[in-house]
Write a protein that binds this ligand. Structure first.
Ligand SMILES: [Zn+2]
Ligand SMILES: [Zn+2]
Length: 421
């Protein structure tokens, strides 16, 4: 009972104290974060935002100081008289700041970076940390004990980017051609009219996963349709093959806009339904507007098909256990070619798999591409009717040894398509 009373008293005391709001973190954090206790900046940041490389300490009066990782252990965050203050231990005196308003952190997390795309190029990537920095002007640099401190002063209360009839890539919403005037930076992401914006694309390729869907019914009127889905064969891989003089690059293809996020699930959904992945239903059935059950049609997929269709979706396994799936998919496709199909779709996966494992431009991936393009050419030659080839996204180096995709980076957003026959 005594313990219970003590605990209750402690709780009451804690509740009655005026609580100082947490100190907001800004920049490359990926989600709202605050620092709530005083202490060594190195320890506080390691706990809240690991692998922070640099930080901008921002005081309420508009003064700011940029320091790097090696200075963090010399900085102490204090909570005094209802304010957050910071003190440097043997650092340039500018590091002592009163009344902090927030700390912007620079780290590799680029979740909410804004990609400015133009045609098939990336004009600029603005990370949330860079967006904070652009609201400040550098006044001078000082150094002590191997630590650099850069003093800034605030010159703008916000950071905005004008948008003039660009395509906007959003999180949680279909892509937009916004009539909004600007994109505004908000603490750790960019927004416009309530949407989180990760890309602005001037002159995007006219064809997208959505417009490709619209072509399907027209193509099917011209004869039995073969659709070859070459996962991850993006424009950058295609350009690399051409630059290397690889004669096996797929011929007759043009750039295609992936759906954002630049992943199989979202681009496949957009291709299969003409609608945005953000609006998908739980049924997960594609091609319902072009195929009916009972049609002479089949989809040849790997052992974990993303979606179902009104017609059979064959889940092919790695029957010969060689670790690759596309040889098995190719063999099944050859069997299907002998059937009187009005629609046959074959989804090759290995170019994506080997890119993830070995890197976008690794010898392993190039060899894999050579093989898959061989399968594609064989199937095209054997088909009587129109052939549509497309890929769902590109890929970029993950900075370690593999490849990744899913971002609004141009390398990820550029897929390819072509009507071959
Ligand atoms: Zn994919
Ligand atoms: Zn992938």
């Amino acid at each position: 009972v005594v313990k219970l009373v003590l605990v209750s008293l402690l709780l009451l005391t804690a509740l009655s104290l005026p609580a100082l709001p947490g100190l907001p973190l800004l920049g490359n954090i990926g989600r709202p974060l605050t620092l709530t206790s005083p202490g060594s900046l190195a320890e506080l940041l390691d706990a809240a935002a690991p692998q922070t490389e640099a930080a901008l300490l921002i005081a309420s009066d508009g003064t700011a100081v940029r320091v790097y990782r090696n200075a963090f252990s010399r900085l102490r965050l204090a909570n005094e008289q209802n304010a957050w203050n910071v003190y440097g231990d043997s650092l340039p005196p500018v590091c002592d700041l009163r009344n902090l308003a927030g700390i912007a952190v620079d780290r590799a997390n680029r979740t909410f970076a804004l990609h400015l795309l133009d045609g098939t190029e990336e004009r600029e990537t603005i990370t949330p940390y860079a967006a904070v920095l652009r609201q400040f002007e550098l006044l001078g640099t000082s150094e002590r004990n191997g630590c650099t401190a850069m003093k800034y002063r605030r010159i703008a209360d916000s950071f905005t980017i004008p948008t003039d009839s660009l395509l906007a890539l959003c999180i949680g919403r279909p892509e937009l051609f916004p009539d909004i005037a600007q994109v505004t930076f908000e603490r750790y992401y960019f927004s416009a009219a309530g949407d989180t914006i990760v890309g602005l694309w001037r002159n995007p390729p006219a064809e997208s996963m959505f417009t490709l869907h619209e072509k399907l019914s027209g193509l099917m009127k011209e004869g039995p349709l073969l659709v070859l889905f070459v996962d991850s064969y993006g424009l950058r891989l295609h350009q690399h093959l051409s630059a290397q003089g690889c004669e096996f690059a797929l011929q007759g293809l043009s750039p295609l806009r992936a759906a954002y996020p630049s992943k199989t699930a979202s681009s496949y959904w957009a291709f299969g339904t003409g609608s945005s992945y953000w609006l998908r239903n739980k049924r997960g059935v594609i091609l319902e507007d072009v195929l009916q059950s009972g049609d002479n049609a089949v989809l040849v997929e790997d052992d974990h098909p993303y979606y179902q269709a009104p017609v059979p979706v064959l889940a092919i396994t790695d029957a010969n256990g060689d670790g690759a799936i596309d040889d098995d998919i190719y063999r099944q496709a050859l069997l299907e070619l002998k059937q009187p199909h009005d629609f046959l779709m074959v989804h090759f996966h290995s170019i994506d798999d080997s890119g993830h494992d070995f890197g976008p431009y690794s010898p392993e991936r190039l060899e894999c591409t050579r093989q898959v393009v061989g399968y594609v050419n064989e199937l095209v030659a054997a088909w009587n009717g129109p052939v549509l080839i497309f890929s769902d996204h590109g890929m970029h180096d993950d900075g370690k040894q593999g490849g990744t995709h899913g971002s609004a980076l141009i390398d990820d957003m550029l897929a390819m398509w072509g009507r071959i026959k």
